[in-house]
Design a protein around this ligand. Structure first.
Ligand SMILES: *Cc1c(COP(=O)(O)O)cnc(C)c1O
Length: 350
């Protein structure tokens, strides 16, 4: 059966990801759990090597692209009659699940490592979710959430398939905004790969629906300090290499054991793409360079801008190529951290 994508019906609906609902595994009679997700804008920027197209996914209600996954996941939870959910994440995923659970009137408990700072967890508690602090490692936090999930609904951005169903809508929006075509390249950060796999699934859906012929080349970017998938891809490994050093400012992608890594490598290969890494210095200078062009993103999101820079200077792009880099998370959430980091810049207050 060809993939459903009834564009003639979709195009007359209000913009935003729910216009593509036939392409989502949600019953037609279910009312979406929505916070008014925008169709995130594109910003076309002239760079020395050609045009770069930014997709402003940091403009979602909670400040990151994770809202794509959360709106679809919580809608599914309502459809299933679920009354409470658990998730483990002290970052953007925890905030997005908490916000959409609040919108759905569903109780949420978000498990975080005991070491998570209040600066990170305050967004979660402001949305009204219960915060469960777990001593020990990040793995211990996941284990504790998993245990509670035996009795309730596991709204995990890592494990729950409906989260990926939501992130694939970025492909539909790009296709629409570029005039019913796929870009040539899309550069995305990779931790657990929810954006990368969403991009792949979305464009694959459009291909199976006969709306595009070839997938965009997907470039996945990991922080050099924590790059297990990059290393597995580069060396053709059958197992994920042990990754001990996970100290990177790109903390949203500091994932040493990404569960879907094989799928991620497969998706990159199938799209004729590749994986790259970004050093801490490159992340930092890309973040600052783009802030000085008016786009402030968090360090995790800046890895793609660093990778673009590397690829452009290596002459990877033809001048007419459509190159897209999503901005995945807003820098305003990280403002206190960034103020400390860049406190010695000219113009900053003593
Ligand atoms: C979660 C996140 C990522 C990475 O997403 P994965 O699904 O873990 O690959 C990138 N940028 C930001 C801002 C994020 O919150």
């Amino acid at each position: 059966m060809p993939a459903e994508f009834p564009w003639q019906a979709m195009r007359d609906r209000p913009p935003g990801l729910w216009r593509y609902r036939e392409a989502l595994p949600i019953a037609v009679q279910t009312t979406p759990v929505s916070l008014g997700e925008p169709q995130t804008p594109l910003s076309y920027v002239d760079m020395p090597s050609g045009q770069l197209i930014l997709k402003l996914d940091h403009l979602f209600p909670t400040g990151s692209f994770k809202d794509r996954g959360a709106t679809v996941l919580l809608t599914k939870a309502v459809e299933l009659g679920v009354t409470s959910v658990v998730e483990d994440s002290s970052g953007n995923a925890g905030a997005a699940i908490a916000a959409y659970a609040a919108a759905a009137g569903i109780a949420a408990r978000i498990y975080v490592p005991a070491s998570a700072s209040p600066a990170k967890t305050s967004q979660i508690t402001l949305y009204g979710a219960g915060l469960v602090r777990v001593p020990g490692t990040r793995a211990a936090t996941a284990q504790a959430a998993w245990q509670e999930a035996q009795r309730t609904y596991y709204a995990s951005h890592v494990w729950n398939p409906y989260f990926l169903e939501g992130t694939k809508t970025i492909a539909f929006e790009l296709w629409e905004q570029l005039g019913c075509r796929a870009p040539d390249w899309i550069i995305v950060p990779v931790g657990h790969g929810t954006m990368l796999l969403g991009v792949f699934k979305g464009f694959e859906h459009l291909r199976q629906a006969g709306l595009i012929r070839i997938l965009p080349r997907i470039v996945g970017v990991q922080a050099a300090a924590c790059a297990p998938i990059y290393r597995a891809w580069l060396s053709g490994l059958n197992d994920l290499p042990q990754t001990l050093a996970v100290v990177t400012q790109a903390e949203g992608i500091a994932i040493s054991q990404p569960v879907r890594w094989r799928q991620i490598v497969q998706a990159v290969r199938q799209s004729d793409g590749f994986l790259v890494t970004a050093s801490e210095e490159a992340i930092e200078s890309a973040l600052l360079a783009w802030a000085r062009r008016g786009q402030l993103v968090e360090p995790t999101s800046a890895v793609t801008l660093a990778a673009y820079e590397q690829m452009a200077s290596a002459g990877r792009f033809a001048s007419h190529d459509l190159v897209v880099a999503p901005l995945t998370g807003t820098g305003t959430k990280a403002a206190a951290y960034l103020a400390g980091k860049f406190s010695s810049l000219p113009g900053s207050m003593a």
